[in-house]
Design a protein around this ligand. Structure first.
Ligand code: DCP
Ligand code: MG
Length: 240
């Protein structure tokens, strides 16, 4: 659905349709195919808003978002939705089996692919312990899962589609460091461009680029080492 998964923001500003308040202001950056971008910033700084502009859950107010050099407005919406795996901040489960929850949105996914996605999302072992494994019902009247387990199911749902661009909105917040490290390692073989909103410096350190948002603007851009040199705000976050 997408060729390479390169993403470029060109002078992007954004405010929500019902409001005048600018949420993102004049953002420019680019991420190459297969690179990882970590997005940091305090609550309300615009991280989730930025995410939503790539699969066109919202459209920019000014500027352009390009995927593989082409304005996202010029793609069929299907291509964006199928080529971009978005894992939302609040994991959503549907009433149905674990398998159905993972394969949702990917017609014709076979069990093998579902299990592989679950393994990569680090949820397979948990699923095996459930009463009916992959046939276990979740959601209403189903088994209850913890926040972290829901997050990982939601990641598996994105991975089964083999996205060119993967967007994780704080999706590893409930994972311990070891599980998160295994997950990030497993993501490598997908070779997708990855946007990862995170509060954890340990995650940011592994990324090719870090974008630090402050009140809708880019406060800093670079690698961990670069930001330690150039951004007092980043240093403050590291030390906190
Ligand atoms: N906002 C809005 N309308 C919405 C969603 C958000 O007006 N439907 C506002 C609230 C914030 C700003 O936009 O002032 C940025 O919100 P984000 O959700 O993008 O912020 P973050 O994702 O960075 O915050 P958090 O870390 O809490 O998820
Ligand atoms: Mg958010």
């Amino acid at each position: 659905f997408l060729e390479k998964g390169e993403v470029e923001f060109k002078n992007v500003s954004f405010s929500y349709p019902e409001s005048e308040v600018p949420v993102l202001q004049n953002l420019s950056f680019s991420v190459k195919s297969g690179e990882t971008l970590a997005i940091l910033g305090s609550t309300g700084s615009g991280k989730t808003s930025l995410f939503q502009l790539v699969p066109r859950l919202y459209d920019v107010s000014e500027g352009e978002v390009l995927v593989d050099g082409k304005n996202v407005r010029d793609y069929p919406i299907e291509a964006l939705r199928k080529g971009i795996g978005v894992v939302p901040q609040e994991a959503v489960l549907f009433t149905g089996s674990i398998s159905e929850n993972i394969s949702w949105g990917k017609e014709g996914a076979v069990q093998e692919e579902i299990v592989q996605a679950a393994k990569d999302a680090q949820i397979h072992e948990t699923v095996l312990k459930l009463p009916n494994q992959y046939d276990t019902r979740v959601g209403q009247r189903g088994v209850n899962l913890s926040g972290g387990q829901k997050q990982r199911l939601s990641i598996a749902r994105a991975l089964v589609r083999k996205p060119k661009i993967l967007m994780l909105d704080d999706s590893t917040s409930a994972l311990d460091l070891k599980t998160e490290a295994k997950l990030l390692e497993a993501l490598r073989k997908y070779a997708c461009t990855t946007f990862i909103i995170t509060q954890k410096i340990s995650t940011a350190m592994e990324a090719d680029h870090i974008l630090l948002l402050d009140d809708g603007s880019i406060e800093a851009w670079g690698t961990h080492e670069e930001l330690l040199e150039t951004s007092p705000l980043y240093v403050k976050i590291v030390q906190s």
